[in-house]
Design a protein around this ligand. Sequence first.
Ligand code: HEM
Length: 372
Amino acid sequence: MTGHEAVKAAAKDRRLVHDPRRVEGAGHGIPTRRYPLDGVSVSRHVLSADADDHARLRGLLRPFLTSDAVAQRAPAVRRSVDRALDRFAERGGGDLVADLALPVASEAVAQLLGLPLERTRELVGLSLRLSGPMHPDTPEMAAAATTMNKRLAAVVAHTRRHPGNNLTTALLAAYQEGGVSKNELLGSLSFVLFAAVDSTMTTIPSGVLHLLADTQREARRSLVDGTAQALSVLEDTIRLAAPFTHGVWRFASEPMSLGEYRVEVGDPVVLCFPAANVDPRVWPSAWEVRPDRSGPARHVSFGYGPHFCPGAELGRLQMRTALVELFRRFPDLRLAVDRGELACHANITRPFVTMPVLTDLATAANNTSHHR
Ligand code: HEM
């Protein structure tokens, strides 16, 4: 599904389910791991659950992601962004993926899960490998999955000894009270690592790329100056920077019609949020960031319906802080390579392998003469 209305209708249609085990013949015999985001389909967590199971698992996350909880994080997110940008200033540039989005997202998830940063970094590295483009049947992937399980078990043991006001402690308490299974406990931890980090590693670099266009000077200024349009600029940038490039999917639990398509029991249905976000019937000049779009929250970058992203406020906070500070500190920011040279992953969530940028004109000039 690619149209804006069609994607929204499918996202809230409860006949399309997430848990393939609930549908006889889901995928028609093709192992679910052949679908992209294998781990998301087969492990037990909020996004692979439906109905009561979904509500139960989602309820455990909610207290840690409310607007109030996220507002308290603002100073910590600002410190992460500042630290990353100090390094950009020292070196005259950096990589928006590895040197900005990755540390900012990793530090936020470390806080959310209540884990030491070093341990979180290792977990994030494993998570990125597991959600990466490598085929799920390779020995490297099997080894990464085994290591991930061992590390998550160690995280649970650590949290048992050092409980705190964090999501891991809450999940562990629910497990000890019989409210979640062991698979759900481990699945929830690994899914949060994936959901919080992969998405931010898409939205920050992609958002910057859109705003770097010459035509977006006003939009950049509005963000930095915090004008009345700044909020709309941010939302419209998030619209164009949506993750899950190739779509998320559900399985039909009964025969049904979706627009012009007939769908049979077990058919996978792919919802492409990024495509829905550039539907020309909803957004004229869809590929431009514009401050004057009516109804700023109509994009579906954070999904739609019962599985709407519970981390949306945290995602917005990270995105706003990163974009505002980047363009405030480095008004001459530019890509260090041509747009066409930006390497892309072939996987579902993170489009860019790297996005090198230069922070000032002097470095940019040196770099150009060096290349010549
Ligand atoms: C800008 C950053 C982010 C974007 C664009 C984003 C996007 C999305 C989207 C599109 C979905 C729906 C997937 C579907 O319907 O199949 C989703 C779900 C989810 N996201 Fe985010 N996300 C972001 C940040 C975060 C963060 C920081 C967290 C932190 C915990 C998070 C946690 C989740 C969870 C737990 C779900 C599953 C919800 C459910 O199944 O009910 N996300 N996200």
